[in-house]
Design a protein around this ligand. Structure first.
Ligand code: SAH
Ligand code: SF4
Length: 349
């Protein structure tokens, strides 16, 4: 086996075996990394040119009933500052976003039972009645089939539910008491219902090996999500994983590039987590095949409270109002901001 051949095969066939992916991760060096990124960038250009899609992120709630070991919103974190947005506050964010050209709103939050199906249906319908042409993406964790279906029927278009890790042992080690199969089943339900679904994983989870990352890459290839969120693990000071190192920029960028090659049409964000570990994170993510960014539309007053990990980038300085500044930076990096809904061409409702 040879790293260059594996990259060229990935580029030509959009596929590689477990063994080839592992060989690639184990043996990639500076030269071959450059080729990988070049090929990923070319692949993105085939379908999306140099467009970067913008999603306005609205952080609904910092309450969460889960206890994921890595996350600052986990239930057992007594230091977390909890809040919930009201319907009016959500609509204000949405109006501000629409004015600035955000045609997709991502409603994200902890798993908060306050946001019942009825409440979510009310929110989704209120947004859709005012902005029927804008897309709504939900990211509210694990819920029942019926719940996902009700929200879809109310008008939600997409759902982000990262699988987090496709290795059962590693998954269960960071999600105590949470069966591995449950989250994967949720992803299957979302797809069956008709959502444009997003899987994804963290890079650099304590104890994660290249074999684990290969499982993630193969899972993503086989599940074929419309979107895929990949970001480095970053420690949060009030969690049990506080003393571990964050995942590396380099490894994350390599995974982004491989996912672009495995799924040429996937919508792939250069995540805030990536920008949070390195000021060049966003640019590097875009260069490696990323084509989505998710600027924050949440009210300033709650930004610091939605604390998944420490040192989150753009907490206060990148808001909808900074749209021109964001656009400028994207242009400087050689890309163009696209303000349409930005559906995955294979998954439009
Ligand atoms: N509660 C929902 C959505 C909010 S969390 C859910 O869990 O799906 C959104 C994403 O943030 C998670 O999928 C996870 O991958 C990421 N995240 C949480 N804590 C993190 C950390 N410490 N470092 C990096 N990413 C983290
Ligand atoms: Fe809750 Fe999501 Fe954080 Fe887990 S990752 S504790 S489900 S907000």
């Amino acid at each position: 086996m040879d790293v260059i051949n594996i990259i060229e095969k990935l580029y030509k066939t959009n596929d590689a075996s477990k063994e080839e992916l592992l060989y690639l991760l184990d043996n990639i060096d500076e030269n071959s990394k450059e080729l990988l990124i070049k090929r990923a960038n070319e692949t993105r250009k085939k379908y999306y040119k140099n467009k970067v899609y913008m999603r306005g992120l609205i952080e609904l709630t910092s309450f969460c009933k889960k206890n994921c070991l890595y996350c600052g919103l986990r239930r057992h974190n007594k230091n977390a500052d909890r809040y919930r947005l009201t319907l009016d506050e959500i609509l204000e964010c949405v109006r501000k976003g629409d004015k600035l050209g955000y045609k997709t709103f991502v409603l994200q939050g902890g798993e908060d039972e306050y946001f019942t199906d009825d409440k979510m249906v009310e929110i989704i319908k209120a947004i859709k009645s005012e902005f029927p042409d804008n897309a709504i993406t939900l990211s509210l964790g694990e819920r029942s089939y019926d719940s996902y279906k009700k929200m879809y029927d109310a008008g939600a278009d997409r759902y982000l539910l990262r699988h987090e890790s496709a290795s059962k042992e590693l998954y269960e080690s960071i999600h105590p008491g949470e069966p591995f199969e449950k989250r994967r089943n949720c992803l299957k339900n979302l797809k069956d219902i008709g959502y444009q679904s997003g899987a994804g994983f963290m890079v650099g989870i304590p104890g994660q090996t290249n074999e684990d990352l290969v499982n993630d890459l193969r899972f993503v290839k086989e599940f074929e999500p419309a979107m895929c969120g990949i970001g480095p693990f970053i420690p949060h000071k009030d969690t049990p994983l506080r003393n571990y190192e964050h995942g590396s920029l380099e490894k994350t960028v390599i995974c982004l590039a491989i996912v672009r090659l495995l799924l040429p049409k996937v919508l792939l964000p250069a995540t805030t987590a990536l920008s949070s570990i390195d000021p060049k994170g966003r640019e590097e993510g875009l260069k490696a095949g990323g084509n989505v960014i998710m600027p924050n539309l949440s009210p300033m007053s709650v930004r610091k409270k939605y604390s998944l990990y420490d040192n989150k980038a753009y907490i206060l300085d990148e808001d909808a109002e900074y749209r021109t500044m964001i656009e400028q930076k994207i242009n400087e990096a050689g890309y163009e901001v696209e303000v349409s809904r930005g559906d995955n061409p294979e998954f439009r409702k």
